[in-house]
Design a protein around this ligand. Structure first.
Ligand code: SF4
Ligand code: FES
Length: 252
């Protein structure tokens, strides 16, 4: 095999897309310490890759104890929401080049839920609020003999809120939820909205009463953090406003 010339090696290295990036990760291991600490990792990465790719490089090549959730790696499962440079994002949808890789990239667990280890939080309170709003179609009477028909206009009323992937980026960016984890939170309201405004559903009143609770929809202070955080582009604050309006008018 021909030996590559010095010029060729230099040209290839000049064309390399890789840059050195510092990931500054907030680490927490309750088996080792009661407090969390920041730890820096330097990695070589193509800036067109995603934060999730960087986390994989660290876990697979540098420190196998780094703990985080991910599954689909394509913005569908909702399992890798984290605070990246102080903002809630999905690691699998965040490109390195879009978050100023010249400075250390800070990565920490989402706020408002108990950190179990590193970037993994206890999602149970989040999912309990989701279960509490009955996120399923409720109908009375006998089972129909054909599909339940719906006009395109009626389907459109709740189209936006069908896109939720339950990542918790909205709920864990909400200052009301940070201060009081009893608040149902934006994600539960979004998923209630999805059924309240479904013309085929018959439990809208019941869901509205659940959200009329002291920990329900009236706790929202319309800060828009939730809308800004949603990786699916759902108009979360608007959905919350629509539920509030439905509670007042009882029209939905
Ligand atoms: S509304 Fe958006 S941010 Fe909130 S859980 Fe659903 S997908 Fe995630
Ligand atoms: S890993 Fe599934 S949404 Fe990011």
């Amino acid at each position: 095999m021909a030996t590559p010339t010095l010029e060729k090696v230099e040209a290839e290295s000049a064309a390399s897309p890789y840059i050195t990036v510092t990931f500054r990760i907030r680490r927490f291991n309750p088996e080792v310490s009661d407090t969390a600490e920041w730890q820096d990792f330097q990695i070589e990465i193509d800036p067109k890759e995603r934060v999730l790719d960087g986390l994989h490089k660290i876990k697979w090549d540098l420190d196998g104890t780094l703990t985080f959730r991910r599954s689909c790696a394509h913005g569908i499962c909702g399992s890798d929401a984290m605070r990246i440079n102080g903002k809630n994002r999905l690691a699998c949808k965040t490109l390195i080049k879009d978050i100023n890789p010249e400075k250390p990239i800070t990565i920490e667990a989402i706020k408002g839920l108990t950190v179990m280890k590193d970037l993994v939080v206890d999602m149970e309170p989040f999912f309990q609020a989701y279960r509490d709003v009955m996120p399923f179609l409720v109908t009375k009477g006998n089972e129909p003999t054909r599909e339940r028909r719906q006009s395109p206009e009626d389907r459109e009323r709740f189209d936006d809120t069908t896109k939720c992937i339950l990542c918790a980026a909205c709920t864990s960016s909400c200052p009301v939820f940070w201060n009081d984890g009893q608040y149902f939170g934006p994600a539960a309201i979004v998923n209630a909205h999805r059924f309240i405004f479904d013309s085929r559903d018959e439990a809208g009143e019941q869901r509205l009463e659940i959200l009329n609770d002291k920990d329900g929809v009236w706790r929202c202070r319309t800060t828009f953090n939730c809308t800004d955080a949603c990786p699916r582009g759902i108009e979360v604050t608007k959905a919350i406003q629509e539920v509030k309006r439905a509670l007042i008018t009882r029209r939905f």
